[in-house]
Design a binder for this molecule. Structure first.
Ligand code: HEC
Length: 136
């Protein structure tokens, strides 16, 4: 093998190892941040990671309700009824979004049945309550 080719192969392997290492560091850092976070913060990490923000953000092209402080609000539904957004409503809105559609919106939200653990679901609900500041 020509020396030049060998140098390139070694360089490519080195870059590959470096990339894998950087990826692992980033992933560990994320896991550590998640572990250290409050349920509210975990909820927002999930909302970002799972792509909910693609729709649920004022800046997104899709029109979907804002999730901040949703908990406890009275929601007008497409069928004309009203419902208070309690834990059960929020859970249902995530795992079976077609059951109750918010008035004024298209029923386009994907179904997230089976995609969140109970702990993650609690975090999602916590994200939709006012943020609890840690005691000073
Ligand atoms: C493709 C766009 C889209 C994505 C992605 C999406 N949603 Fe939605 N979502 C909507 C729309 C539109 C509505 C309003 C219509 C309805 O009730 O289905 C909605 C409604 C909701 C509601 C009820 C809101 C209210 O005001 O009562 C909750 C809670 C919710 N989504 C949470 C989530 C979470 C959590 C995720 C990510 C795991 C997510 N959504 C991903 C489009 C989306």
């Amino acid at each position: 093998m020509k020396l030049k080719v060998r140098v390139w192969i070694i360089l490519a392997a080195f870059l590959g190892i470096l990339a894998a290492f950087a990826y692992k560091v980033a992933r560990d850092k994320k896991a550590a941040a998640y572990a250290a976070a409050t349920p509210y913060q975990r909820g927002w990490m999930l909302i970002e990671d799972k792509g909910c923000v693609a729709c649920h953000q004022p800046a997104s092209g899709f029109r979907a309700p804002v999730l901040n402080n949703l908990y406890g609000k009275t929601i007008k539904l497409a069928d004309g009824t009203e419902i208070v957004a309690d834990e059960d409503y929020i859970k249902q809105s995530i795992i079976a979004p077609m059951t109750r559609v918010v008035a004024g919106y298209q029923p386009v939200m994907p179904n997230y049945q089976g995609q969140f653990t109970d702990e993650e679901m609690e975090a999602l609900i916590a994200a939709m309550k006012p943020e609890e500041k840690p005691a000073e």
